[in-house]
Design a protein around this ligand. Structure first.
Ligand code: IDP
Ligand code: MG
Length: 139
Protein backbone atom coordinates (compact mmCIF):
# COMPACT_ATOMS: atom_id res chain seq x y z
CA UNK A 1 0.00 0.00 0.00
CA UNK A 2 1.35 3.46 -0.81
CA UNK A 3 1.63 6.18 1.79
CA UNK A 4 0.17 9.66 1.90
CA UNK A 5 3.33 11.62 2.76
CA UNK A 6 6.16 12.92 0.61
CA UNK A 7 9.00 15.36 1.13
CA UNK A 8 10.07 18.21 -1.15
CA UNK A 9 12.63 20.96 -1.37
CA UNK A 10 12.31 24.02 -3.55
CA UNK A 11 15.96 24.17 -4.58
CA UNK A 12 18.29 27.21 -4.63
CA UNK A 13 17.53 28.06 -8.29
CA UNK A 14 13.79 28.13 -7.65
CA UNK A 15 14.21 30.40 -4.62
CA UNK A 16 16.76 32.64 -6.36
CA UNK A 17 14.46 33.07 -9.37
CA UNK A 18 11.43 33.97 -7.22
CA UNK A 19 9.45 30.83 -8.12
CA UNK A 20 8.43 29.90 -4.55
CA UNK A 21 4.88 31.23 -4.90
CA UNK A 22 4.21 29.78 -8.35
CA UNK A 23 5.56 26.35 -7.40
CA UNK A 24 3.58 26.22 -4.15
CA UNK A 25 0.47 27.16 -6.11
CA UNK A 26 1.05 24.22 -8.48
CA UNK A 27 1.55 21.92 -5.50
CA UNK A 28 -1.68 23.09 -3.85
CA UNK A 29 -3.64 22.92 -7.11
CA UNK A 30 -2.51 19.30 -7.50
CA UNK A 31 -4.21 18.50 -4.20
CA UNK A 32 -1.27 18.41 -1.78
CA UNK A 33 -1.56 19.85 1.71
CA UNK A 34 1.45 21.26 3.53
CA UNK A 35 2.16 19.47 6.84
CA UNK A 36 5.47 21.19 7.63
CA UNK A 37 7.47 23.90 5.91
CA UNK A 38 10.61 25.93 6.46
CA UNK A 39 12.81 28.42 4.61
CA UNK A 40 16.37 27.43 5.40
CA UNK A 41 19.82 26.84 3.95
CA UNK A 42 21.85 23.65 3.86
CA UNK A 43 25.49 23.69 4.92
CA UNK A 44 27.77 21.76 2.54
CA UNK A 45 27.97 19.06 5.25
CA UNK A 46 24.17 18.76 5.48
CA UNK A 47 23.76 18.72 1.69
CA UNK A 48 26.39 15.99 1.48
CA UNK A 49 24.56 13.97 4.09
CA UNK A 50 21.16 14.45 2.43
CA UNK A 51 22.51 13.25 -0.93
CA UNK A 52 24.87 10.60 0.51
CA UNK A 53 23.16 7.96 -1.64
CA UNK A 54 24.69 9.73 -4.68
CA UNK A 55 28.21 9.97 -3.20
CA UNK A 56 29.70 7.75 -5.92
CA UNK A 57 28.08 9.64 -8.81
CA UNK A 58 30.26 12.00 -10.88
CA UNK A 59 27.95 14.96 -10.20
CA UNK A 60 27.97 14.56 -6.39
CA UNK A 61 30.50 17.28 -5.52
CA UNK A 62 28.79 19.81 -7.80
CA UNK A 63 25.39 18.83 -6.43
CA UNK A 64 26.51 19.39 -2.84
CA UNK A 65 27.99 22.77 -3.77
CA UNK A 66 24.85 23.79 -5.63
CA UNK A 67 22.42 22.62 -2.94
CA UNK A 68 24.30 24.64 -0.31
CA UNK A 69 24.68 27.72 -2.55
CA UNK A 70 21.55 29.50 -1.34
CA UNK A 71 18.31 29.19 0.61
CA UNK A 72 15.77 26.47 -0.02
CA UNK A 73 12.20 25.72 1.11
CA UNK A 74 11.77 22.27 2.69
CA UNK A 75 8.28 20.82 3.14
CA UNK A 76 6.36 17.70 4.07
CA UNK A 77 3.32 17.23 1.81
CA UNK A 78 0.23 15.07 2.19
CA UNK A 79 -1.97 13.53 -0.49
CA UNK A 80 -3.14 10.00 -1.32
CA UNK A 81 -0.35 8.13 -3.10
CA UNK A 82 1.87 11.12 -2.33
CA UNK A 83 5.27 9.92 -3.59
CA UNK A 84 4.12 8.82 -7.05
CA UNK A 85 1.68 11.67 -7.45
CA UNK A 86 4.38 14.22 -6.62
CA UNK A 87 6.97 12.64 -8.92
CA UNK A 88 4.36 12.92 -11.69
CA UNK A 89 3.80 16.58 -10.84
CA UNK A 90 7.51 17.50 -10.92
CA UNK A 91 8.49 15.55 -14.04
CA UNK A 92 11.79 13.99 -15.12
CA UNK A 93 15.12 14.90 -13.51
CA UNK A 94 16.31 16.50 -16.76
CA UNK A 95 13.93 19.40 -17.50
CA UNK A 96 14.45 18.98 -21.25
CA UNK A 97 12.85 15.53 -20.82
CA UNK A 98 10.17 16.58 -18.32
CA UNK A 99 6.58 16.41 -19.60
CA UNK A 100 4.99 19.76 -20.54
CA UNK A 101 3.28 21.44 -17.62
CA UNK A 102 5.35 19.67 -14.96
CA UNK A 103 7.13 21.82 -12.38
CA UNK A 104 10.57 21.01 -13.73
CA UNK A 105 9.49 21.68 -17.33
CA UNK A 106 8.14 25.06 -16.23
CA UNK A 107 10.75 26.23 -13.72
CA UNK A 108 13.99 24.22 -13.85
CA UNK A 109 17.19 25.72 -15.27
CA UNK A 110 19.22 22.53 -15.85
CA UNK A 111 19.49 18.85 -14.93
CA UNK A 112 21.27 19.94 -11.74
CA UNK A 113 19.38 23.13 -10.93
CA UNK A 114 16.05 21.44 -11.47
CA UNK A 115 13.84 23.53 -9.20
CA UNK A 116 12.47 20.83 -6.88
CA UNK A 117 13.26 17.64 -5.03
CA UNK A 118 10.70 14.87 -4.57
CA UNK A 119 11.17 11.70 -2.49
CA UNK A 120 11.41 8.49 -4.51
CA UNK A 121 9.81 6.09 -1.98
CA UNK A 122 7.64 6.10 1.13
CA UNK A 123 10.65 5.05 3.18
CA UNK A 124 12.80 7.91 1.86
CA UNK A 125 9.93 10.37 2.38
CA UNK A 126 10.04 9.51 6.09
CA UNK A 127 13.84 9.66 6.28
CA UNK A 128 14.03 12.96 4.37
CA UNK A 129 11.17 14.56 6.31
CA UNK A 130 12.92 13.63 9.55
CA UNK A 131 16.14 15.18 8.24
CA UNK A 132 14.48 18.61 8.39
CA UNK A 133 11.58 18.37 10.83
CA UNK A 134 11.00 17.06 14.33
CA UNK A 135 7.70 15.40 15.24
CA UNK A 136 6.62 18.65 16.94
CA UNK A 137 7.06 20.61 13.69
CA UNK A 138 4.60 18.46 11.73
CA UNK A 139 0.96 19.45 11.58
P1 IDP B 1 15.68 13.07 -8.85
O1 IDP B 1 15.88 14.38 -8.11
O2 IDP B 1 14.82 13.25 -10.08
O3 IDP B 1 15.22 11.95 -7.97
P2 IDP B 1 18.30 11.84 -8.77
O4 IDP B 1 18.82 10.87 -9.78
O5 IDP B 1 17.90 11.30 -7.43
O6 IDP B 1 17.11 12.65 -9.45
O7 IDP B 1 19.43 12.94 -8.58
C1 IDP B 1 19.39 13.83 -7.47
C2 IDP B 1 19.70 15.23 -7.98
O8 IDP B 1 21.04 15.25 -8.49
C3 IDP B 1 18.86 15.71 -9.17
O9 IDP B 1 17.60 16.20 -8.79
C4 IDP B 1 19.75 16.77 -9.75
O10 IDP B 1 19.71 17.97 -8.99
C5 IDP B 1 21.12 16.14 -9.59
N1 IDP B 1 21.50 15.36 -10.79
C6 IDP B 1 21.01 14.15 -11.19
N2 IDP B 1 21.57 13.73 -12.32
C7 IDP B 1 22.49 14.68 -12.65
C8 IDP B 1 23.42 14.83 -13.74
O11 IDP B 1 23.53 13.97 -14.63
N3 IDP B 1 24.18 15.97 -13.73
C9 IDP B 1 24.10 16.93 -12.76
N4 IDP B 1 23.23 16.82 -11.73
C10 IDP B 1 22.44 15.73 -11.67
MG1 MG C 1 16.17 11.10 -6.35
Amino acid sequence: MSGNITFTMLKPDAVENNHIGAILQKINEAGFRVRAMKYTRLTPEAAGQFYAVHAARPFYADLVKYMSSGPIVAAILEKDNAVTSFRDLIGATDPTKAAPGTIRALFAKSIEANAVHGSDSDENAQIEGSFFFSALERF
